[in-house]
Design a protein around this ligand. Structure first.
Ligand SMILES: *Cc1c(COP(=O)(O)O)cnc(C)c1O
Ligand code: SF4
Length: 342
């Protein structure tokens, strides 16, 4: 067997799908048969935060529909460039919790490891669109320092692979890291927060499953899926393989105007996740990040929406409505009351 960079990269391997992602707004508009008038604003906004969309995600968009809920998550638009008071570069103060390279320690008992700074997709609403990921590409030395930090803090019981997207890292790196972490006695659980299997389901290889599940640690994967249209049969089969390996599957979504802010859209997302054995975990209200204000939904509307979901779905298919607050040890739940409709 030939391993590493010498191995031929199959045309549908996740690495080649990652490499062939669309980054030119012109190409995106042409491929979807969209109005060329969208191009100028897209070019201007992508100069601030680049366009990036992988082919398997593009394939789930409806051609000719400028309001497609998946397109809206990735298409740079002019509204991003409008200044808005109260919208900040680092709304969560993460650059302060980023005490050592690669580590974000802001929750009690849990530590986020920035396993990879890269993402497979650039989501326009992302609260980390201004985060200095370049500073978080770790050398071997720094990886050992991060592991030492975990070893020296017995209050930690869980390690969370985060990013960017942690699954942008290769399987060898993930296998090594997971073995090192499993050798630390006070760590009881491993969690992976990732959007990669959603946007490139081919990422879920047997090697990845082996890398994550090959130790004593129970594994939970929190996917990030915002709309039922993101769930196609490729994602379905990837999820089936993850579950067969014993991984607990959860989902977190962000509440986004024009993407998933209607009751029918949220109900369909929950039902579709349920079809695949994925439990909706969190629904985040949007952080006040500069450039994402056009996605904003006010709290009252968000609370009504989730209250209505409680009246329609089993409790385990209703996500917790939460907000991230800088400097707090956990997410802040927003109060939700059951609302019965007709
Ligand atoms: C909220 C969050 C966590 C921690 O989640 P809990 O389930 O509250 O422990 C970890 N990673 C990311 C990216 C999060 O948004
Ligand atoms: S995949 Fe996650 S971290 Fe990456 S841009 Fe999207 S929301 Fe942000």
């Amino acid at each position: 067997m030939i391993h590493g960079s010498l191995a031929p990269v199959e045309s549908d391997s996740w690495q080649s799908l990652l490499a062939s992602s669309i980054t030119d707004p012109r190409t995106l508009l042409e491929r979807l048969n969209l109005d060329p008038a969208l191009l100028d604003p897209a070019l201007a906004a992508s100069a601030e935060f680049a366009l990036r969309v992988p082919e398997p995600y593009l394939a789930r968009m409806q051609p000719g529909n400028p309001h497609d809920p998946l397109l809206r998550q990735v298409l740079p638009v002019g509204e991003e460039l409008l200044a808005q008071p109260g919208y900040q570069l680092d709304p969560l103060g993460e650059q302060h919790s980023n005490a050592r390279p690669g580590i974000i320690h802001k929750y009690h008992g849990r530590l986020l490891l920035v396993v990879s700074g890269g993402c497979a997709i650039n989501c326009r609403y992302c609260f980390r669109r201004h985060f200095p990921y370049a500073d978080n590409n770790l050398s071997t030395e720094q990886w050992h320092q991060a592991l030492d930090y975990i070893r020296q803090d017995p209050s930690l019981s869980e390690v969370i692979y985060s990013g960017g997207d942690p699954l942008a890292a290769n399987d060898r790196r993930l296998a090594w890291l997971t073995r090192e972490i499993a050798a630390i006695p006070h760590i009881r659980r491993l969690r992976v927060h990732t959007r990669l299997p959603v946007v490139i389901p081919q990422r879920v290889t047997p090697e990845l499953i082996e890398a994550l599940c090959g130790t004593r640690l129970p594994v939970t994967m929190v996917l990030h899926c915002n709309h039922a249209n993101e769930v196609d049969r490729h994602l379905g089969s990837a999820v089936q393989r993850l579950r067969a390996a014993g991984i607990t599957l959860l989902n977190q979504a962000v509440l986004l105007r024009g993407v998933n802010d209607r009751l029918d859209q949220q109900l369909e997302l929950s039902e579709t996740l349920g079809d695949h054995g994925i439990l909706p975990y969190y629904l985040h209200v949007l952080d006040h990040v500069k450039g994402a204000q056009h996605f904003h939904i006010d709290d009252r509307q968000a609370q009504t929406l989730v209250g209505q979901m409680l009246g329609r779905l089993p409790g385990f298919l209703v996500p917790r409505l939460v907000r991230e607050v800088a400097g707090r040890a956990g997410k802040l739940p927003l109060p939700v009351e059951l609302i019965e409709i007709e």
